[in-house]
Write a protein that binds this ligand. Structure first.
Ligand SMILES: O=C(O)C1=C[C@@H](OP(=O)(O)O)[C@@H](O)[C@H](O)C1
Ligand SMILES: C=C(OP(=O)(O)O)C(=O)O
Length: 441
């Protein structure tokens, strides 16, 4: 997993980005495809699965709990599930690597099965809060043993039958929502999640596709998702759309490097994920949607992006959930805009793979950008389109998105920016460097 040796990377200008490239499969959808297929009885096929370390950690865990999962020579994955309620107790600890999504969703699954599982992860994941899933899953009857304050390593003892709950999310988190829904799959009765602020809805869409009895309604308290438990999932053929969070790096790179004109193909356009596109357009970015279509129950388009002068904005707070993973690269866009961009209301960034507010403040400041740090975001005064100074060695802090964002910054810097360790890129975007090459050769 991401215990690979540190891999420094020198990011320097390479001229305009041109040409067309596809983005890899969506990470959130890929995790869910493996998990839900592992709970169906029969063989599911998954096309376009993201083969990043995080998703491979999910696949390894589902194998350890009884599913048969294989990659065909044609790149299509097949999954033979064990049925809801049929998970086996894993013999060894489940290694979640760097992946918060794997950890929190799988804790939900284990919670309503009569098995025990120990979850371990890398140094980054071992600092991240698990209390947010421990609370509702304990209400459902699962027991948790942690050595340190709701962090990994952590042992979960599931229970069957678990108790159905109605849970209002205290943080806007699709991982917590999904953990409760996954626990609800093997729980008698109706498990309900109320989300005051809408978050990515891939679990709801895909569970319905697998045949679960699930309803989504709007209420004054927010979106109400009700799932009937003891579900029977039917195997599916899933086509995973491209990841908008991976497209984000090219959206910003082409917007800020003069002369750029690219097409990013196969980008998932689920409205719960497109906040960065909205924010960049407010800044003046030139992003055109081509060939809008539906892939696997999700909207998809090709995006043509041309260099355009960017102007600072105050990021509308309502965009936060739909661009939560894109803040690091939005901060890079802001570093090249004219004026001071204010991005606040994103306190959650402090508990991602790194503290993304502190990590980006440190890295951009080292590269000569004027940054003010707030508890819940950054204010960034941009260069007005000119190259930033660069000339620094910056720390990726075991965080793929920090590494890729600072590589994008290096594409329009006066001096090379060296990323101390770009190995974490493999958690979500193994082809990142090939695509960088193809857009810049
Ligand atoms: O459900 C998911 O697939 C994800 C939800 C988000 O996390 P939170 O639920 O912590 O907001 C996001 O940051 C993560 O990359 C993927
Ligand atoms: C936050 C992220 O992932 P996870 O929580 O799954 O580690 C991410 O990919 O930016």
């Amino acid at each position: 997993m991401s215990s690979a040796a540190p891999r420094p990377f020198a990011a320097a200008p390479r001229g305009p980005l041109t040409g067309s490239a596809r983005v890899p499969g969506d990470k959130s959808i890929s995790h869910r495809a493996i998990m839900f297929a592992s709970l169906a009885i029969g063989t599911s096929r998954i096309e376009g699965l993201l083969e990043g370390e995080d998703v491979l950690a999910t696949a390894a865990a589902m194998r350890a709990m009884g599913a048969t999962i294989a990659r065909g020579d044609d790149g299509v994955w097949s999954v033979d599930g064990v049925g809801v309620g049929g998970l086996l107790e894993p013999e060894a600890a489940l290694d979640m690597g760097n992946s918060g999504t794997s950890t929190r969703l799988l804790m939900g699954l284990v919670a309503s099965h009569p098995i025990r599982a120990t979850f371990v992860g890398d140094a980054s994941l071992s600092k991240r809060p698990m209390g947010r899933v421990i609370a509702p899953l304990s209400d459902m009857g699962a027991e948790f043993t942690a050595t340190g304050n709701g962090r990994l390593p952590l042992m979960v003892r599931g229970i069957a039958p678990a108790v159905p709950i109605a849970y209002t999310l205290p943080v806007a988190s699709a991982q917590v929502k999904s953990a409760v829904l996954l626990a609800g799959l093997n729980t008698p009765g109706i498990t309900t999640v109320i989300e005051p602020v809408a978050t990515r809805d891939h679990s709801e869409r895909m569970l319905a596709g697998f045949g679960a009895d699930l309803t989504v309604t709007d209420s004054p308290a927010g979106r109400v998702i009700a799932l009937r438990g003891e579900a029977e999932l039917r195997p599916q053929h899933i086509v995973v759309p491209g990841d908008p969070s991976s497209a984000a790096f090219w959206l910003v790179a082409a917007s800020v490097v003069p002369g750029s004109d690219i097409v990013i193909a196969n980008v998932g356009m689920n409205p719960t994920r497109t906040g960065l596109i909205a924010a960049l357009r407010l800044m003046g970015a030139d992003i055109a949607e081509q060939d809008a279509r539906s892939v696997g129950g999700e909207p998809v388009a090709d995006l043509r992006v041309r260099h355009a002068p960017l102007t600072a904005i105050t990021v509308p707070p309502e965009l936060t959930p739909s661009m939560i993973d894109e803040y690091p690269v939005l901060f890079v866009a802001a570093a090249f805009a004219s004026g001071t961009t204010v991005a606040r209301g994103a306190h959650e960034l402090r508990v991602k793979e790194s503290d993304r507010i502190a990590a980006m403040a440190e890295a951009l400041t080292a590269c000569g950008v004027t940054v003010a740090e707030h508890d819940d975001g950054l204010s960034i005064t941009g260069s007005g389109g000119a190259p930033i100074a660069g000339g620094a060695r910056v720390a990726s802090k075991l965080d793929h998105r920090i590494a890729m964002s600072m590589i994008v910054a290096g594409l329009h810097a006066r001096e090379t920016i060296t990323i101390d360790d770009a190995a974490p890129v493999a958690t979500s975007y193994p082809d990142f460097f090939d695509t960088l090459q193809s857009f810049t050769n």
